[in-house]
Design a protein around this ligand. Structure first.
Ligand code: ATP
Length: 270
């Protein structure tokens, strides 16, 4: 096989309560992924079919990967982590073969969750199949759809896709029986930011000046990943000052620094 199974199988140890600001999304994922993996009989008895695949969509750094890992850990499922852009690039001429291998591995190690990050890399609408590269990507997508169509909703395999670009996805991916449950993972609102900050502050040595409510208020637009960086950076500023506690001034300096970085990055992205 082209894939070395060890490289893509992970044993994540993420817990639902490591994730801030996504309570509703966690509930939904538990119901549509965890429950059918753990108690398929419940669904059989009632005659309802859970989705085979779900799609998490939203901006980068908001916790999509974390959520997929947490549900795998809590379902005691094998977590198979693939990045779609990689099987399109690394294995030219072999994308479809890799997809087949991934599903074979998932069946062998079931119950399994296949997490496909950046699914837009193979699942974008294609207007023009002119180049051989484009045709190769198209074949990879076709194979993925065939694999998904080939198993049953109550087989012990679930697929979780993730993307920042739901707007460009090929509707074939979203048809019933494929990725037919879409779950938005947005940037955190003020409550979410507070929850996320609390998670990271738990392990930090902060003094009484640190005001989580204010930090949540002045970090509008920050993702979970940004908030984590903010905490780390505040720690570095404290270290450079030789301080034994992290205080509110360190956090504010860290916010200024991250904001100016974010602005220059946004300019480059445009
Ligand atoms: P991408 O689209 O870039 O793959 P993602 O949505 O999958 O991003 P993650 O990889 O889950 O984002 O998040 C990156 C890191 O940011 C996580 O490992 C975690 O440390 C932190 N993080 C992101 N979102 C949250 C959150 N909601 N709660 C706590 N930490 C978070």
């Amino acid at each position: 096989p082209l894939i070395k199974s060890m490289e893509i199988i992970e044993k994540p140890n993420v817990k639902y309560n490591d994730i801030g600001g996504l309570d509703q999304q966690i509930l939904e994922v538990r119901e549509v992924v965890e429950l059918p993996l753990k108690k398929p009989s419940l669904f059989k008895e009632l005659g309802i079919t859970p989705p085979k695949g779900i799609l998490l969509y939203g901006p980068p750094g908001t916790g999509k990967t974390m959520l997929a890992k947490a549900v795998a850990a809590e379902s005691e499922a094998t977590f198979i982590h693939v990045v779609a852009s990689e099987f399109a690039q690394k294995f030219v001429g072999e994308g479809a073969r890799v997809v087949r291998d991934v599903f074979e591995l998932a069946r062998k190690k079931a119950p399994s969750i296949i997490f496909i990050d950046e699914i837009d890399a193979i699942g974008a609408k294609r207007v023009d199949l002119g180049t051989s590269g484009e045709r190769e990507v198209q074949r990879t997508l076709m194979q993925l759809l065939a694999e998904i169509d080939g198993f049953q909703p109550l087989d012990n395999i679930k697929i979780i896709g993730a993307t920042n670009r739901i707007d460009i996805l090929d509707p074939a991916l979203l048809r019933p029986g494929r990725f037919d449950r879409l779950i938005e993972i947005p940037l955190p609102n003020i409550q979410g930011r507070k929850q996320i900050l609390r998670i990271y502050l738990r392990n930090m040595k902060i003094d009484g000046s640190v005001d989580v409510d204010e930090l949540a208020r002045i970090t509008e637009g920050f993702s979970g990943a940004d908030l984590k960086n903010l905490c780390t950076e505040a720690g570095y500023i404290a270290i450079r000052e030789g301080s034994h506690f992290i205080n509110m001034t360190h956090f504010k300096a860290s916010i200024d620094r991250l904001r100016s970085k974010k602005i220059s990055k946004d300019v480059i992205d445009r």
